[in-house]
Design a protein around this ligand. Sequence first.
Ligand code: AMP
Length: 280
Amino acid sequence: MQHLTTVKDLRTFVRESRAKGKTVSFVPTMGALHDGHLALVRAGMDCADICIPYIFVNPAQFAPHEDFDSYPRTVEADLDKLGVAGVQAVYLPKGKEDVYPEGFATTVSVSGVSEPLEGAFRPHFFAGVATVVTKMLLRSLPDIALFGEKDWQQLQVIKRLTADLDIPVEIRGVPIVRDENGLALSSRNAYLDEEQYRTALSLNRTLFAMADKVRSGQDQSEIESWGAAQLTDAGFEKVDYCTIRNASTLQKTNDNSDDTLRILAAAWVGKARLIDNVAA
Ligand code: AMP
C-alpha cells in the first residue's frame, strides 16, 4: 500500500491510474477506523478500480471546546486495517500546516441545508467540513467520493456543494453500519463505559420506533416529543434534537406520506455526543 503524503504524490498517483484506464474513488475519514469506515472503503473498491482513503483529523470542524485534542488517533492500526482490506494507496496529509498553510483565508459555506440540526448546535462544523472536503476533492479529483449515511446531513451538504461548485465528482452515500445491538459504529463510541453503552442503545431503538409511528400515521410533533422523552428516560443527559425532516432539505414537514422522510437525533451521554438517523 502506497502512502501518499503530498498533493503532488496524490495527483501523480491519480493521473497515472487514469492513464492506465482505471477509475478512482476517494473515502475521506478522520481515522480511528472501524467497520463503518471499512464499509465505505469496500464500497469504494467495488465502484472503482482504485480506492484512496484519506486520514486527516480536521481541526477546522471542531470548536475550541470540542474534542479535537482527545479525538482518538490510531494511525498504525488504521493502516493495518486498510492494508488487510487490500487498499492500494492511502492519502495522509502531513498535518494542519499542509491543509491550512499560513495565510489560508477561504471558507466554503453552504447555506440552507447546513443551517438546521448539526448546523444549529455546531455552528462552525459544516464550514469546516465543506472547506476540507472541497480542498480534498480538488486535490484528488476522483471519479467518485463516498460518505456515510451515518452523517446524513453532512452527505446532503456535500452533495449540495459539489453540485453548486461544479466539482466533477460523483458523491455516493453508504448505509450505516451498526453493531450487533444496533448502535451505529462511531469513533466516539470509544468514550462510552458499560452503563453509557446501554443508554446509547436506546438511540437507534427510539429512532426505529419513531419510524414505525410515522408509518402508522401519528402526528409528527407528538412522535418527536415521545422520542426525546424516550432518550432522556434511557439516560441521555441532553437531547440536542430528535426530529422528523425532509431527507434532502432537512426542513420540517408534517406530511407523513412524504416518501423521503428522515428521522435524525443527536444526544449526549457522558462526554459522547452521539448522532444517528433512520429512514421513515
Ligand atoms: P469520520 O471519520 O467519523 O469523519 O467518518 C468518515 C466517514 O465515515 C464519514 O463519511 C462517515 O459518515 C462515515 N461513517 C462513520 N461511521 C459510519 C458508520 N457507522 N456507518 C457508515 N459510515 C460511517
